[in-house]
Design a protein around this ligand. Structure first.
Ligand SMILES: Nc1ncnc2c1ncn2[C@@H]1O[C@H](COP(=O)(O)OP(=O)(O)O)[C@@H](O)[C@H]1O
Ligand SMILES: [Mg+2]
Length: 341
């Protein structure tokens, strides 16, 4: 039984030009204890989806359809039907989130301890001593020195230390799901690796399920069990991490793989995908990736293909050309990014 089930979720932003269809008919399950990565270029709807899952969308956003069901182990909870009090409890105690850009969102005039205390209090944890004990434990777990950190101000800490603090804070109420939106993006490469290692270790010790959002496929691949590729608000491929990495079946996933910088590669070996994503207000007919796709044929203009099973088990792609893609990629034993170069 999945811990989180999302079915047909659609989210729009109202603007003067018309609604922006930022998340379109998204369905997926998150299994107990697993790490699901959601990858896609900037603007593909990852943050809109993540924030929508914990019902923290901005006022201009509207959920136009779908269901989110959380299985607490005791009962099944329809997240879209929770009232504000129930949501507050759901948010930190069941499902916590580390937001994109949260690194710069610390209040500069209060200490890290006060951030912990405020977070606890906002979610019904009023006992100072209990918050203090738990904060110390968690800081230990993220390999920071509690004595030094709790009395510090955010500006006294490095980016990597602040990210560790944010992760510790997300774990304050022992959530069963942790959503991390681009948690390593603002950090240098060594710090990124250290954060990935830390997340792996925490997951092993605390057994939470993770939704890991990133535009960086190589980071996501190090942590994830399964991956979803998102393009123009839709999921276009769903696969186990090895299948997505070695046997991608959607041309957009290949584009993302090619955009992975190679450690051994010469400078400038990073390819970005030519062209740009479609206008999410006036979506074109047919496959939204069609104009950028090297595999396209005329039929791709007819309708936007649904996610359908491909040649490996538990693997789906929204592409009528997946067989042509498979013929080109095969089941490469080597990373596709190298093979295509
Ligand atoms: N508050 C907002 N108001 C209007 N449009 C928004 C807002 N936030 C995001 N968008 C638009 O929604 C689309 C998806 O954005 P986002 O979810 O941030 O993508 P990602 O996290 O994958 O970069 C983009 O076209 C973006 O411009
Ligand atoms: Mg984002």
């Amino acid at each position: 039984m999945p811990i989180l089930s999302v079915r047909g979720l659609s989210i729009e932003y109202r603007t003067r030009r018309g609604p922006i269809h930022a998340v379109r008919d998204v369905s997926f399950d998150l299994e107990q204890g697993e790490t699901l990565a959601i990858i896609g270029e900037s603007g593909s709807g990852k943050t809109t989806l993540a924030v929508g899952l914990v019902r923290l969308s901005p006022r201009s956003a509207r959920i136009t359809g779908g269901q989110i069901v959380y299985d607490s182990g005791r009962e099944r909870v329809a997240v879209l039907e929770l009232d504000s009090e129930e949501l507050r409890r759901f948010r930190w105690a069941e499902c916590a989130m580390v937001f994109q850009a949260a690194l710069s969102a610390f209040n500069p005039v209060i200490t890290i301890w006060e951030h912990f205390f405020d977070t606890g209090r906002a979610h019904g944890m009023h006992d100072r001593h209990r918050v203090h004990d738990r904060a110390r434990e968690l800081l230990h777990l993220v390999h920071l020195d509690p004595d030094r950190i709790l009395s510090a101000y955010a500006h006294e800490l490095s980016g990597g230390m602040r990210q560790r603090v944010l992760i510790a804070m997300a774990l304050l109420l022992d959530p069963r799901i942790v959503i991390l939106d681009e948690p390593t993006t603002a950090l240098d490469i060594l710090t990124q690796r250290a954060i990935i290692d830390l997340l792996r270790e925490l997951r092993r010790k605390l057994h939470f399920a993770t939704i890991f959002i990133s535009h960086d496929l190589s980071m996501a691949a190090e942590l994830a069990d399964r991956m979803l590729t998102m393009y123009a608000g839709r999921i276009v491929e769903r696969a186990g991490v090895d299948d997505l990495f070695y046997r991608p079946r959607h041309p957009y996933s290949i584009g993302l793989l090619r955009a992975v910088p190679r450690v051994s590669g010469a400078l400038g070996s990073v390819a970005s995908i030519p062209g740009s994503p479609p206008d999410l207000i006036r979506l074109p007919r047919g496959c939204t990736y069609y104009p950028r796709c090297p595999f396209h044929v005329d039929d791709c203009r007819e309708s936007d293909p649904p996610l359908l099973p491909v040649d490996t088990p538990g693997h789906e792609a929204a592409c009528i050309r997946w067989e042509a893609v498979a013929a080109r990629i095969g089941s490469a034993a080597k990373p596709v990014a190298e093979k295509l170069a």
